[in-house]
Design a protein around this ligand. Structure first.
Ligand SMILES: [Zn+2]
Length: 311
């Protein structure tokens, strides 16, 4: 299937909304419709993008004029800042995701973008990542219903399962599995064709999430960013993290910093993946797992990525 902006049918009543090129903030979302019932998987980074998506969904699926349920796969703004546009829906997320969602409010993003021109290389990098989005006027709308572990939901006659596999990308990452259709919506547990980013980790838990996905019988995977995928892309992601873990352990033993490791490790196999600067954060995360320390916070993470992007 071609990687074009808009709604793509991935099964009977199952849709993916894709936003090329899938880079920073350009997230995917999903729609499940059965009879008059609808469930939306994630909203987008700002109100205009979310409204554009909802309009496309209404055109293709009249029942989507009303979204009954919204599932947020995780707490990053590019998956929940548009929630207010479906504010009447039953909004469901894992307990950890709901708790994390308020930590980086849209107003902070708006303020950071405003200050970016005075923040040197870091500001320039930040503006390059997020300057295309409008964070003004957003009222963060949080989940009203939470779960831990697993939750079964129904949309008309369609059965689906929410599977919490975090902490990995964030603290409470959730997969949406439609077993009968062999379809899985992964949120940012899968970036297709780009480097993942381990904000929370531990990376070993993300590897376990890959194994869990690969144990499911799947034909189509809707990633959180990038083109539609399948099990092969998850296997490649698992190989990436296993390789990083092994290489990082060696560099750590040799006394290199994680940023030095990011410059030293050969990434030839994944040379065509986007957002290579995320390697800095993934290695820092593995280092903190090896040191049994807290992973770097967002400011430290962006500082390291800006440095790696420069070199
Ligand atoms: Zn995302």
């Amino acid at each position: 299937m071609s990687y074009t902006k808009g709604l793509h049918e991935v099964g009977d009543g199952l849709y993916a909304y894709l936003q090329p090129d899938g880079g920073w903030g350009w997230s995917n979302a999903g729609l499940i419709a059965d009879g008059e019932q609808t469930l939306l998987i994630d909203t987008l980074y700002d109100l205009a993008l979310t409204e554009e998506m909802l309009a496309a969904m209404r055109r293709a699926v009249p029942a989507a004029a009303r979204i009954d349920t919204l599932v947020n796969t995780h707490a990053n703004g590019d998956h929940c800042y548009g929630n207010q546009l479906v504010g009447d829906a039953r909004i469901v997320a894992s307990e950890r995701t709901a708790a994390e969602m308020g930590e980086l409010p849209p107003a902070t993003m708006a303020a950071l973008l405003e200050q970016a021109p005075a923040m040197g290389e870091l500001g320039a990098f930040f503006a390059r990542c997020f300057g295309a989005f409008d964070f003004t006027g957003i009222e963060l709308t949080l989940p009203r219903e939470t779960f831990s572990g697993e939750l079964e939901l129904r949309v008309g006659d369609t059965q689906l399962r929410l599977l919490e596999v975090g902490p990995a990308h964030t603290r409470g990452d959730t997969l949406v599995h439609v077993p009968a259709a062999r379809v899985l919506y992964t949120g940012d547990i899968l970036f297709s064709g780009a480097h993942p980013i381990a904000w929370a980790g531990p990376v070993s838990n993300w590897i376990a999430a890959c194994e869990r996905i690969l144990a499911l019988e799947l034909d189509t995977i809707v990633p959180g960013h990038g083109p539609l995928a399948g099990p092969a892309e998850v296997r490649e992601l698992q190989a990436y993290f296993e390789y990083l873990y092994e290489q990082a352990s060696e560099c750590h033993q040799q006394g290199m910093t994680s940023l030095q490791a990011a410059r030293a490790i050969s990434m030839q196999r994944w040379a065509d993946w986007g957002e290579g600067e995320r390697l800095a954060v993934n290695l820092a995360n593995i280092y903190s797992e090896l040191d049994q320390a807290e992973p770097p916070g967002p400011l430290e993470a962006f500082t390291q990525m800006a440095e790696l992007a420069q070199s």
